[in-house]
Design a binder for this molecule. Structure first.
Ligand code: OGA
Ligand code: MN
Length: 404
């Protein structure tokens, strides 16, 4: 597909204000906007944040179509996805290779991924932030140690945080080494097959049929968490896309340029939305300065509460007869959803899936860098409350780049 991109030098009022302040305090425009959207008191003006699903309001956003035959309806359905022809896919002028897919999940299937992120994927042999400062006996059953407490939602104001609430990241497949900023052949565990299959279908729909899900970083955001400015460049093959899946509370995502100082644009990401960073946009700076809590009386995104498909209901996806492919989506048991729902009412979970190696590529031979004892600094994830989550935070330097 060839698209002619119109580059327009156009900045919103806030952007112009921010850009004008570059250099004034030794800060670049990205860092200034990061702090602007992270601010609590007073809360920032959100009027410049793009909402792709509300097309027509923003002249930088335009809707495109994917090849509806790239993935069969049966394959899409087996991964809990609507037929490709029904997907709403948006692109941004000036950001070739960036795609924003507005919740393509079938009713009831997001719940499967939320449950996997909370109950299954944090289990061994996968690696999580809690492993950095806790004994294996303490971290071996994060779900089991948290579930009962989370189920009795509401009356927990002064209780200590559960392990689930202290979870910040989980790595899958080739486990990302935060110290060396590398992946290596000798730290690999089997990539979850359901997530591999979801990723393959999404990548194929986006014209990357060869994509192999080899590494995953799952990010767990509480309402006060943020993710610093970074580029994902540790993967050895940058011709394959980065797939980013979001569930739970909405967030503000900042997408910048190839240079750290390029001013970013701000957009909302909602539950079920998928972002694809490929081509020119594969190596752009980005960050998540803020989780945007849902209104008080309406804590779950509408797509997580669709009538008739609630977990445990008779109409769950597993009961649906699926022609051809067996479904990889399991209906979430009601008692499990009670825990997930309580957690996700104040949290956001993001899964970013990566291909690490190109076709026939291998890791460079291990050198001293990967053997050195690395101290995990975790300058990637921030939280307001200073809770000990096994991360050494640089709270006064929120825009410290993650992996650059
Ligand atoms: C990442 C990342 C963004 C998000 O994990 O590399 O950029 O939306 N995540 O959480
Ligand atoms: Mn990233």
């Amino acid at each position: 597909m060839y698209v002619i991109y119109l580059f327009r030098v156009e900045r919103s009022f806030v952007m112009a204000k921010m850009a004008a302040s570059v250099g004034e305090h030794g800060e670049d425009a990205f860092r200034t906007l990061f702090k602007f959207y992270k601010r609590r008191n007073p809360p920032p003006d959100f009027s410049d944040v793009i909402d792709c699903s509300k097309i027509g309001k923003h002249d930088k956003v335009y809707e495109t179509e994917l090849d509806p035959a790239a993935v069969s309806d049966g394959d899409a359905r087996s991964a809990g996805l609507h037929p490709i022809r029904d997907w709403r896919v948006f692109r941004l002028q000036g950001y070739p290779g960036f795609m924003y897919i507005s919740n393509p999940f079938l009713p009831g299937s997001q719940q499967h991924w939320v449950k996997q992120c909370l109950k299954t994927y944090p289990q061994k042999p996968n690696v999580c932030n809690l492993d950095m400062h806790m004994a294996p006996t303490e971290t071996h059953d994060i779900w089991g140690k948290s579930a009962d407490i989370l189920r009795k939602a509401g009356s927990r104001i002064r209780e200590p945080k559960t392990l689930l609430e202290k979870l910040r990241w989980v790595t899958l497949g080739y486990h990302y080494n935060w110290g060396t900023k590398t992946y290596s052949a000798d730290h690999y565990t089997e990539f979850p097959s359901d997530l591999r299959s979801l990723s393959a279908h999404v990548a194929t729909a986006c014209q990357f049929p060869g994509f192999k899900a080899e590494a995953g970083i799952l990010n767990y955001y509480r309402s006060d968490s943020s993710l610093g400015i970074h580029v994902d460049e540790s993967e050895l093959d940058h011709t394959q896309p980065l797939l980013s899946f979001s569930f739970g509370q909405s967030a503000i995502f900042l997408l910048g340029g190839t240079q750290r100082e390029d001013p970013p644009i701000a957009m909302y990401v909602h539950s079920g939305d998928i972002m694809v960073m490929s081509g020119h946009s594969r190596l752009l700076y980005h960050a998540v300065p803020r989780v945007v809590p849902a209104p008080k009386g309406d804590p779950l995104h509408a797509s997580l509460e669709e009538e008739g498909f609630r977990p445990g209901s008779e109409k769950g996806l597993v009961q649906d007869s699926i022609q051809g492919e067996p479904s990889i989506i399991q209906t979430v048991a009601e008692e499990d959803w009670a825990v997930c729902s309580s957690y996700i009412q104040t949290s956001r979970v993001n899964m970013t899936i990566r291909q690490v190696l190109g076709l026939d590529q291998t890791f460079p031979t291990t050198d001293k860098r990967t053997e050195a004892v690395m101290e995990y600094t975790g300058d990637y994830h921030y939280s307001q409350d200073g809770e000990n989550v096994g991360l050494k935070r640089k709270r006064n330097d929120p825009s410290n780049p993650v992996k650059s």
